[in-house]
Structures are given as C-alpha cells and as structure tokens.
Design a protein around this ligand. Structure first.
Ligand SMILES: Nc1nc2c(ncn2[C@@H]2O[C@H](COP(=O)(O)OP(=O)(O)OP(=O)(O)O)[C@@H](O)[C@H]2O)c(=O)[nH]1
Ligand SMILES: [Mg+2]
Length: 279
C-alpha cells in the first residue's frame, strides 16, 4: 500500500558517518542538533535522537527565515524542553552570539559541577549534527566567522568530520548529514524531499511536486494565486508553464521544468515562509 516504505537513501558514507558520530560522542559536551525550521519534526533523525539520549542537546531550528515564523515559535512554545530550542538564520551575523550564549549556558552548568569536584573549567567540545542540507556547515562558518567549510544547496556537501576552534573556550565538530535507513512515513520522506534533504532523484519529481502543490494550496492558497495566478479554469501546472513560458516545441507543457520551477520557488522562499509539519 505504502510504496514509500521501501524508499532508501542511506548510502555507505552515511552509515560510516553514523559510526563515527557514535565514537566521537564520548568526547562531546554539547550537541547542536540542526533541524530545518520548515519541517521541525520530519527533519529530526530518530537514529540520532536515540544516540543522543544522554547528551546535552541544543535544538537549532535553522532556516527560520524560510519558515512560517509563527508556526516555528508555536512549535517551540509547545515543547516541554522549550529552553533547549533556538530558531535562527545561520546566514546572519547576529546568530553567532545567540548560539554561543546557549552553548555557554550549558557549559556553565557542566563547569559548576566540575568546580565542586575541584576540577578546572574545561574547553567546550561541541558537535553539530543533523540530516543533509539543514545548514550545519553554514552555521559553523558563521560561528568561526570564516568560510572554513564548503556549503551548498544540495544534500551531501560535507564529506568528513572536521574539528574547528571558534574561540578560546569552544571547539566545534562539523559532520556530514545523515539520514536513517528507512522511511516508514511517506509524508516525512516527501517533506525531506521538499526541503532538499533527500536528493531529487530518489523520489519521482512529479510526486514531490503533487504533494508540495497540494500542501501549499491547502495551507497558503493565496501565495499560489499571487505568484502563478492560479485559478479554477486551469491546472497549477498550466498556470506555472504559462507564467514562465515552460512550453515544449509543440506548445505542450514542459512538466519537468514546471516541477523544477515550483520546487525552486518553494525552497528559496519565493512562496513566502512555509512550515510543512503540523506543529
Ligand atoms: N535562508 C537560509 N539558508 C540557509 C540557512 N542555513 C543554510 N542555508 C543554506 O542552505 C544550504 C545548505 O547549507 P549547508 O550549510 O551546506 O548544509 P549542511 O547541513 O552542511 O549540508 P550537508 O553538508 O550536505 O549535510 C546552503 O545553500 C546554505 O546557504 C539559513 O538559516 N537560512
Ligand atoms: Mg555540510
């Protein structure tokens, strides 16, 4: 019934990374779990969560600027550990201090315990983790104030683990994105495809398009009217093709181009801030 059950995009390098994360964790004081604010539930990796259950975690709702901000804030507010969450845009300067402050709050508690045992404060060892394309390396570059590590709007940019010192007291480990081996819920897989965390070729693009258009139509209808002038007399594909001239030789609709235009608009925020999960 659910054909997404068998969708697997768990290449060997993700398996390898997962094992490396597990090894490195012993040294880590604080984990920055990078989520995509547009899909705060779908972008949480259940395998990583299991691994982190005894760790101090700060949940980063990254790409806040691309999300439906009121939904993101509602999501945080409803969470019982709301102080462990922070909504940010990793591309702006002021984010750096906000994140460092959160890290220092956690470290102060750790160092207080150490002080009671007569131990000196320690350098904070922080790991950034999360699924592909959520902005881990962008956040790291922001914290280091340099373009240390490569970023890009496709999943799988970072290939290996990398330690970097961001100030006198904090060292950070950037890691490649990891997914989990099997998606039991088709909406989760489609949400991850919509935010670009699963490579486009893993799922049929027309299914990603159909799901995305339906979701935006249901939840943000006016945005489709504003951008593509959709109306009841045409399909959405026709409206998009007309607006962007996405037509083949015989004037037929170039559906592949239409799908890519829509996905690109959605991912880049041209349809406004969106949230794909129920919060
Ligand atoms: N608008 C916006 N874009 C962001 C933000 N953070 C990252 N990006 C963009 O998202 C894309 C992915 O960023 P990366 O930092 O490469 O993501 P990553 O999590 O390191 O990805 P992998 O290494 O592939 O796992 C890039 O095009 C970034 O410019 C953000 O807060 N807001
Ligand atoms: Mg990266």
């Amino acid at each position: 019934m659910n054909k997404f059950k068998n969708i697997q995009w768990y290449p060997g390098h993700m398996f390898k990374t997962f094992k490396q994360l597990k090894n490195e964790l012993k040294l880590i004081d604080v984990v920055l779990v990078c989520l995509d604010a547009r899909a705060p539930k779908s972008s949480k990796n259940p395998m990583i969560e299991e691994l982190l259950k005894d760790k101090n975690c700060i949940y980063i709702l990254n790409k806040f600027d691309l999300s439906d901000k009121s939904k993101t804030l509602e999501f945080i507010e409803k969470n019982k550990n709301k102080n462990n969450f922070i909504a940010i845009n990793s591309k702006v300067q002021e984010t750096r201090n906000k994140v460092i402050k959160k890290i220092n709050n956690v470290m102060n508690l750790i160092n207080k315990k150490r002080e009671k045992k007569g131990l000196k404060p320690k350098i904070s060892r922080v790991m950034i983790t999360g699924i592909p394309n959520v902005g881990k390396s962008t956040l790291l570059n922001n914290l280091v104030r340099k373009k240390i590590t490569k970023t890009g709007d496709v999943p799988g940019i970072t290939k290996s683990l990398q330690w970097i010192r961001i100030d006198k007291r904090i060292e950070i480990l950037d890691t490649p994105g990891v997914l989990w081996p099997k998606f039991d819920n088709k909406n989760v897989a489609l949400n991850l495809a919509l935010i670009g965390s699963i490579k486009d070729k893993v799922l049929p693009i027309h299914e990603i398009f159909d799901y995305g258009i339906k979701y935006i139509k249901t939840n943000y209808y006016k945005r489709l009217v504003d951008r593509y002038q959709i109306n009841e007399n045409k399909t959405e594909e026709e409206s998009i093709a007309e607006k962007f001239g996405a037509l083949g030789k015989d004037n037929s609709i170039d559906t592949n181009r239409v799908h890519l235009i829509f996905l690109n608009d959605l991912r880049s925020g041209k349809l406004g801030g969106i949230t794909l999960d129920e919060v």
